[in-house]
Design a protein around this ligand. Structure first.
Ligand SMILES: [Zn+2]
Ligand SMILES: [Zn+2]
Length: 498
């Protein structure tokens, strides 16, 4: 009975009986791994997609929604991870935790993420062994590496999501690009890569939240009209019935289908319709009826809902006109829709990383704060508390910011040392700052284990300066320096244990 391997566990059991549900999944994945290659998965999805025009249209629309939701998910995850890495010492705590403890939180992450929506649940098929409990829990690095692979370079909505790399899928994608794939094949691959990345992001997010003891993330899911629901992904739908009948008999299969339908209705209850105009996106709280675009509904059974005539009008020219009543193409949905209104971007304080400098999650978090608050010079954590540093002297601030820019965009060790020494030196003798905690923080942000020695060397340089200027302020004129350090003990020194 080869078909048994297609059995997909029941989604509603993810929360009800997580252990059982998960071991069913691990069985399915083991069985599937032997017979399913990326090309078999893509081809099956492409075939069902091509066969039904209305479902194809709904799937394309859904794909674009998933792309923009994934962008949002990754921005939120990047912010969360930054907080956890910087504040909650996540990395050390996770590595020190036992496999059992890690496994407990990973299972919570898996079952919570897979309960968000049907398509995410079934996307475990596309993750294979990568998302099995035994694989994730055994070595702490596995989850941390997955997490780092999906983090964005800055805490902001990206224009496109960052897809999780994977040797087999990436090789398949390269082969597809060399051929001349049709729309169905392109859609099938893009949809699989997006969904698997999205599922993994949600699993990791929920796992982290569970581990550091904060509330699990909640994800709003749009309500679909039954008629235009793109439906269950191919495995559950196309092969599901005969497989389940083979396993449970006709009566058993019927009973299971009934259970699944009830669970689907239950999920629908928590969902709401949203206004299709990107500048509004209002959720329908039930107080008024949203109206749908008639042409789209009549021609394509495509449900485009608007909360008001104003929103419909506002959406027409920039977005809807080009697709109204016409079948969608893969090209039209292969990127998330541009945000409306376009973000008025203030120039960020800190530019993007240069060359192949890879920022640590803690540094991304620091930069996120600095870009949000242009007045800040640095966010320093002395113990648990965060304190904002800003340097009132304009010349000192300009010198600091120039050095900070180089440190944060290139990871230049010299700049990091000069800046770190200055931060330490400026906060000496102030009771709310703890030197050791600041050095630890900077070491982590720049992944710079030799930082204490580098700071020590900067202190030696300061001691040799005839005016006792810290290296950061070496370009300052002696006259300005005298003003700068009025009331300051310029002979104080940063002393670290080496
Ligand atoms: Zn609206
Ligand atoms: Zn329309």
């Amino acid at each position: 009975m080869a078909a048994v391997s297609f059995m997909i566990p029941q989604m509603q059991n993810a929360l009800k009986q997580p252990e059982r549900w998960n071991s069913e999944w691990e069985n399915t994945i083991r069985n599937m791994e032997r017979r399913f290659t990326p090309s078999a998965l893509v081809n099956s999805l492409a075939l069902t997609f091509a066969a039904q025009p209305l479902r194809r249209d709904a799937s394309l629309r859904e794909h674009q929604t998933i792309l923009s939701n994934l962008c949002r998910t990754q921005a939120i995850l990047t912010a969360t991870a930054g907080t956890c890495f910087a504040g909650a010492n996540l990395e050390e705590r996770w590595m020190k935790a036992s496999p059992d403890l890690r496994g407990k939180h990973i299972l919570i992450g898996l079952s919570s993420a897979c309960s968000i929506a049907r398509n995410l649940h079934d996307a475990r098929v596309y993750c294979g062994r990568e998302l099995t409990l035994s694989h994730l829990r055994s070595d702490g690095r596995t989850v941390l590496e997955l997490l780092k692979a999906v983090l964005l370079p800055e805490v902001a909505m990206p224009e496109e999501p960052k897809l999780l790399p994977h040797p087999a899928w990436d090789a398949f994608a390269a082969a597809q690009a060399r051929g001349s794939p049709n729309d169905s094949e392109k859609y099938a691959l893009a949809s699989i890569l997006t969904l698997r990345t999205k599922l993994i992001c949600h699993v990791i997010h929920a796992t982290l939240n569970s581990f550091v003891g904060v509330e699990l993330p909640t994800v709003a899911v749009a309500k679909y009209n039954k008629k235009n629901n793109p439906g269950e992904p191919f495995l559950g739908r196309e092969f599901g019935k005969s497989v389940v009948e083979g396993m449970l008999g006709v009566a058993g299969a019927k009973a299971q289908a009934k259970e699944n339908k009830a669970a689907w209705k239950e999920r629908q209850r928590g969902r709401t319709e949203h206004c299709s105009y990107g500048g509004c996106s209002k959720a329908n709280d039930g107080s008024a009826k949203f109206s749908r675009c008639k042409t789209c509904w009549d021609n394509m059974q495509r449900e485009i809902l608007y909360c008001s005539a104003e929103c419909q009008k506002a959406d027409w020219k920039p977005q809807h006109k080009s697709i109204c009543g016409k079948p969608l193409t893969f090209e039209a949905v292969s990127k998330p829709p541009p945000p409306i209104p376009p973000p008025s971007k203030p120039a960020p304080q800190i530019g993007p990383a240069v060359g192949n400098y890879e920022r640590s999650p803690s540094l991304v978090y620091q930069i996120g704060w600095l870009n949000l608050n242009p007045k800040l010079d640095y966010v320093v954590r002395g113990g648990a508390e965060e304190t904002n540093l800003d340097f009132p002297d304009p010349e000192a601030q300009a010198l600091f910011r120039r050095c900070r820019e180089k440190a944060m965009t290139t990871g230049d060790k010299q700049s990091i040392a000069i800046m770190a020494h200055f931060i330490c030196w400026m906060t000496l003798d102030k009771p709310r700052f703890h030197l050791a905690a600041i050095v630890e923080q900077l070491k982590k942000e720049y992944v710079f284990d030799e930082l204490p020695r580098a700071i020590h060397e900067m202190q030696q340089r300061q001691n040799k300066d005839p005016f006792r200027r810290p290296p950061l302020l070496a370009p300052m004129s002696p006259q300005n320096w005298v003003n700068f350090c009025k009331g300051m003990n310029v002979n104080r020194q940063v002393v670290l244990e080496l």
